[in-house]
Write a protein that binds this ligand. Structure first.
Ligand code: HGA
Length: 610
């Protein structure tokens, strides 16, 4: 969500901070700000509502020059996205930027007001600035005062602080929100994601939960949760930072949709032999642990939750393993009864999704057999804290609406299903070899689906004037319909709902009329005839049907029915293939509506607050 960048150097750091913010903008983007200890010895700041480009323009007009500074791009949780709520927040000669939520901010605000502190924003963050300022009255050292401050904070934070009184240091604290120190020569940096700093260094030190750091030009000191001085490992990345480049595409989202054959191929590489999945792909102890698994509990949010819902069909149908799927924000606060020998599986693109991470931490206390993360970021908290990992190889995903991360998660979950079935001997004869073969062909099939791009673009015109849409699917296509509806909501702002097609007559059919397009995914499986009847029910009420149907499903265009023929695919893999036209549909509808496709309003890429 919000992005943090900080720097302490010999050279002027404003351009570095700004470039870092641009690289983080995909995380949150309702306002941005920077505070710099200027060369004339004062703390100055510039904040602007809107995107980082607004801040950049303001800084061009009125430059801030200094060698110590912090910057922030915000995704508001407390207080409207306006200039006075933008970070950094000041208290006297202190500046603070914060990712996360301070849950006891109201009580702290009252206490601090009673002490005479004047609040100028509606944010929870401002209490941190004033509380730290207050602590500094007795505890003059910045890190000592910060340690005392965070003891009083409930909630989640990644924090960076500078003070005009101690202008040689940048101090930081992490609890529930990631922070990484970038190591330079005679200069050091801080960010909420190493991507922000790849322009200045390739050496990083990740802060762990509860860490406090004192970062100076030529030294870094870290204390753990207990206040003990600790060393954190230095990680060096030799690969170049992936360029955020749209190439020939108009938007990152379209580029990422078209990358799917390649990234699915990458996700499969090295994970299958001629006719089997290689179970070690999940980690050296995977085979031993998988042999004990009798149940699976999947926990995730948003698009990743939909991937988990598809996996439930696979795990039960192919591997005969009971599976439950739940959104992390519910799971984490629910009294959960854990079945013996249950594998706890989390799914997250970033590996920093706050609710999923918290659910994993809770799960550790609940007696699950082991935890497995399916994640796109190898250096994420989720991966670090799980027993087993399967990294999807989607590469960096910039578009806020997830596309390639979803399909690679599905591939990872199918590999998991086959691995569990293989180790436990529950797969029907020949199934694994057949599906391994089908998985090998999957990138080609995805390429064929992408070739329908211009057909889907035409269909999108049917939606340009609509305000509501229904998505229908049966079986494992129901979560695909949910994902299709989510995509349309996210980027075109059209209200969309997904239903299992058989549920239509139990309520939603009342909504259907000529103004309500109904999108359906119809692979050629044993549910096809049932689905066709449901579609008749829609047609009979004048509903416009858009059907993505298997070329062998025998469905044809008719009045009010638009059929797009899909390449034939093995039914088990059809959720992956049928996702593609729904992604393209939401993309082209959004383009027609003129929305900000890559950065839709109110959303952020990596949801690091609960
Ligand atoms: N609570 C703070 C920071 C929000 C945040 O971390 N978003 O991702 C605010 O509302 O400014």
């Amino acid at each position: 969500m919000c992005g943090i960048v900080g720097a302490v150097a010999e050279r002027s750091i404003t351009a570095i901070l700004l470039e870092g913010l641009k690289r983080l903008e995909y995380r949150g983007y309702d306002s941005a700000g920077v505070a710099v200890f200027t060369n004339d010895g004062t703390l100055a700041r510039m904040r602007r509502p809107g995107k980082v480009s607004e801040l950049e323009q303001a800084l061009e007009a009125e430059p801030l020059v200094g060698r110590l500074g912090i910057a922030h791009t915000r995704w508001a949780t407390h207080g409207a996205p306006c200039e006075r709520n933008a970070h950094p927040h000041f208290s006297g000669d202190l500046a603070v930027v914060h990712n996360g939520i301070i849950e006891n901010h109201e009580a702290l605000r009252e206490q601090l007001k009673a002490l005479g502190y004047v609040f100028t924003s509606d944010t929870d963050t401002e209490v941190i600035a004033h509380l730290l300022s207050h602590k500094l009255k007795d505890l003059t050292d910045l890190t000592v005062a910060l340690k005392a401050t965070v003891k009083e904070l409930h909630g989640a934070y990644g924090l960076a602080v500078i003070s005009a009184k101690q202008p040689d240091r940048l101090v930081a604290a992490r609890s529930g929100s990631p922070l990484v120190i970038g190591l330079g020569l005679g200069e050091n940096f801080l960010a909420s994601d190493q991507l922000a700093l790849r322009q200045v260094t390739d050496r990083f030190m990740y802060l762990e939960e509860g860490d406090i750091a004192d970062i100076r030009r030529d030294s870094v000191q870290i204390w753990d949760l207990d206040g003990k001085a600790v060393e954190r490992e230095t990680v060096q990345y030799r690969d170049g930072a992936e360029a955020a480049d749209k190439g020939e595409f108009r938007h990152f989202m379209l580029k990422e949709i078209h990358e799917q054959p390649a990234v699915v191929q990458r996700t499969l590489e090295g994970r299958m032999s001629q006719n089997q999945v290689l179970v070690q792909a999940f980690g050296p102890q995977a085979a031993e642990l998988f042999a004990k698994v009798r149940n699976v509990q999947i926990v995730a949010c948003g698009t990743s939750y939909h991937a988990g819902m598809v996996a439930r069909y696979w795990l039960e149908e192919l591997a005969g393993i009971p599976c439950q799927v739940e959104v992390a924000s519910e799971f984490r606060y629910r009294k959960v009864v854990v079945q013996p020998d249950t594998l706890f599986v989390t799914i997250s693109q970033s590996g920093e999704t706050a609710d999923t991470l918290a659910a994993l931490r809770n799960a550790k206390e609940l007696g699950f057999l082991a935890s497995l993360a399916i994640c796109n970021v190898g250096i994420s908290s989720l991966v670090r804290e799980s027993d087993l990992t399967l990294l999807t190889q989607a590469g960096r995903e910039i578009g806020v609406a997830s596309t390639k991360a979803f399909t690679t998660q599905l591939v990872g979950l199918l590999l998991l299903t086959l691995s569990l079935g293989q180790v436990r001997g529950t797969l029907a004869a020949g199934v694994e070899a057949t599906l391994v073969e089908e998985l090998r062909r999957l990138p080609t099939r995805l390429g064929e689906a992408l070739a329908m791009d211009s057909t889907v673009e035409k269909i999108a015109e049917l939606f340009a004037e609509k305000n509501h849409t229904l998505f229908l699917g049966r079986g494992a296509q129901f979560p695909v319909a949910m994902e299709g509806a989510l995509k349309l909501k996210e980027i075109s702002y059209i209200h969309a709902e997904a239903y299992p097609a058989g549920e239509l007559k139990h309520g939603p059919l009342a909504l259907v009329d000529n103004d309500m397009p109904v999108v359906t995914v119809a692979p050629n499986n044993e549910l096809l005839e049932k689905l066709k009847s449901n579609l008749q029910e829609v047609r009979a009420r004048g509903g416009q049907l858009i059907v993505f149907a298997d070329e062998k499903a025998g469905m044809t265009n008719g009045e009010g029915t638009h059929v797009v023929h899909m390449p034939h695919i093995h039914d088990i893999l059809s959720p992956i293939l049928y996702t593609i036209p729904l992604q393209l549909l939401s993309y082209y509808v959004a383009v027609l509506k003129g929305t900000d496709v890559d950065q839709p309003r109110n959303l952020a890429k990596s949801v690091t607050v609960e």
